[in-house]
Ligand binder design. Structure first.
Ligand code: TNX
Length: 540
């Protein structure tokens, strides 16, 4: 299917949905009404993120009591993906969907790992669907997992419910071949301003998985709370983690808790990127250990929302013993490649001290085998070779600051794009949004979707852009429902910017596909923001 055809199809579907919402029925492949939409086959490729290539053809596949999930013999990774898929499909369909070796059945859903399909890369997959079955092919297990998300979204939204639902369960016929635009597609959760339990983090991980996000960045320390146990400095967690914004009890992850988050993220093919924010945003640490302060006096714990008032003591040797211990212990808990050292808003650190600090600290990250990520202020020092800078500027950021980041990018520093006035999930949608902040302006759904990461930062080469990330700062966010309201529906748009080819970018087409996610959010219990910019199907 050509790009042009791919882009026309969503428009036609959008028109059909609008007609349906108005109670006008039409004949054809498109849904006739919302309730019919749920039991009608979703056109191939009407998913988020939109696949790179979609070729509808032939008959749909219908799941039945005879359907098996077939895997290659001896592949533990395929079995894990198969069990995950079965776990999603069984409660709603009521089907047994036994996982079997591929030779034990025919047709059905086949998960196939192929050593020769190298062009699918680490995360790509091919989905072939027809009357006899659905085959997902990938070069790596992660590709199968990403393909499963597409398969899930091809099925009616009710498949996401945890109780038995009426079928039929059809997957449109044809072929999807799909690989990501960017290798880094992240979401950040600030567990410092408000603490979130392991269960809450897992819930978010599951939501991110549906949109093919592959990095979970955890902001583990800030002025208001230190959230990870460090054995060599125990008071960081026990005292520094004992409160949060507003003065609640806070909390921290034991090492076992943290390993469980990392394990769970890995089971959803996500890499955890831990962040210890340095040298600013460190009041919780400074309050826990008087000796870390230049004057030797520990400040009180902090439960407000100001930024930029704290700094580690750059000239003191003990500062680097502290940083070495923390990074060593955190790196040991981190199977992933990256370790984020923050570096933002160090307004209480002089420029000279900041540069000196980063010069000493970045080699510590390398010593423990990790690659540095820092907020883009890191480009005001000398970023280590291979480091990534996370750009969180906005339209009104000064040309000089933008150029500093662009120059670093031209010099080999990779960029993760998180422009605050586009993808900060804590920004209010409009003046009426109850939660969130507005310092970067209001960010409605279209604004968060409608930009091009490759051409966003003037003077930065497109190849320097390694991906996108949507941060969720939590000064005003303390419950699952708050996460839902702010992340949905903006997060799927950021996920699409990270995954889908630039040629597919089209707000009109996207908003129709996003609208179709509404019933899925509901089935998943996600309390999303009903943006008036999106033609959500009429409520039943
Ligand atoms: C800026 S973005 C911050 C955070 C705040 C956030 C609130 C960044 C690197 N620093 O400390 O939580 O704004 O939107």
């Amino acid at each position: 299917m050509s790009v042009r055809q791919r882009r026309t199809l969503p428009r036609l579907l959008g028109a059909a949905l609008l007609l349906a919402a108005a109670g006008i029925s039409c004949v054809g492949a498109a849904p006739l009404s919302h309730s019919a939409a749920d039991s009608t086959t979703r056109p191939l490729g009407q998913v988020v993120p939109v696949p790179a290539s979609v070729t509808p053809a032939g008959q749909p596949y219908t799941l039945t009591s005879a359907t098996r999930i077939r895997i290659d013999e001896d592949s533990r990774d395929s079995r894990a993906v198969a069990d995950y898929l079965a776990g999603i499909l069984r409660p709603s369909t009521g089907l047994s969907l036994r996982v079997v070796d591929q030779d034990e059945a025919r047709g059905g859903i086949r998960l196939r790992l192929s050593g020769t399909e190298k062009s699918l890369g680490d995360e790509g997959y091919r989905l072939q669907s027809g009357r006899d079955g659905v085959t997902l092919t990938a070069h790596r297990p992660t590709g199968l997992f990403r393909g499963v998300q597409t398969l899930r979204q091809q099925l009616p939204a009710a498949v996401e419910k945890r109780t038995r639902q009426p079928g039929p369960w059809k997957v449109a016929g044809g072929t999807i071949t799909d690989t990501p635009r960017y290798a880094y597609r992240g979401a950040m959760l600030d567990v410092s301003r408000h603490f979130f339990t392991v269960e809450q983090v897992k819930r978010y991980i599951d939501q991110l998985a549906l949109y093919k996000i592959n990095k979970l960045h955890l902001h583990l320390s800030d002025d208001q709370g230190w959230r990870i146990a460090i054995d060599s400095w125990p008071r960081l967690a026990t005292y520094g983690g004992s409160t949060q914004v507003g003065g609640g009890p806070g909390g921290h992850y034991t090492k076992a808790d943290y390993k469980e988050i990392v394990r769970y993220a890995a089971s959803r093919h996500q890499e955890v990127v831990p962040e210890i924010d340095l040298p600013g945003h460190t009041n919780a640490a400074l309050a826990s250990y008087a000796e870390l302060n230049c004057d030797g006096v520990a400040p009180p714990l902090y439960t407000g929302t100001a930024v930029g008032f704290s700094s580690l003591c750059v000239p003191k040797d003990i500062t680097y013993d502290f940083v070495d211990d923390v990074i060593r212990e955190l790196a040991a808990l981190t199977p992933g490649k990256y370790l984020h050292i923050g570096g933002d808003e160090a307004h209480s650190t002089t420029h000279e001290d900041y540069v000196a600090f980063m010069e000493k600290v970045q080699p510590i990250v390398a010593k423990y085998g990790k690659t540095v990520v820092g907020w883009h202020q890191l480009t005001g020092a000398v970023p280590a070779k291979g480091a990534l800078a996370q750009y969180w500027g906005l339209d009104r950021t000064s040309p000089a600051e933008k150029e500093q980041v662009a120059a670093a990018a031209r010099n080999g520093t990779g960029l993760i794009l998180s422009p605050a006035d586009r993808v900060y999930l804590d920004m209010k949608y409009t003046k009426d949004t109850k939660l969130g902040l507005a310092w970067a302006g209001y960010v409605e759904v279209q604004r968060s979707y409608d930009w091009n990461p490759a051409a966003y930062l003037p003077g930065a080469p497109a190849e320097a852009v390694k991906g996108v990330e949507a941060p969720l700062w939590t000064e005003t966010i303390s419950e699952n429902a708050h996460i839902d309201q702010m992340a949905f529906p903006r997060l799927p748009g950021v996920a699409e910017l990270g995954w889908s080819p630039a040629a597919t970018h089209d707000w009109e087409a996207y908003k129709t596909r996003l609208a179709a996610q509404g019933p899925r959010f509901e089935a998943l219990g996600i309390d999303y923001y009903r943006s008036p910019q999106v033609p959500w199907p009429a409520a039943r």
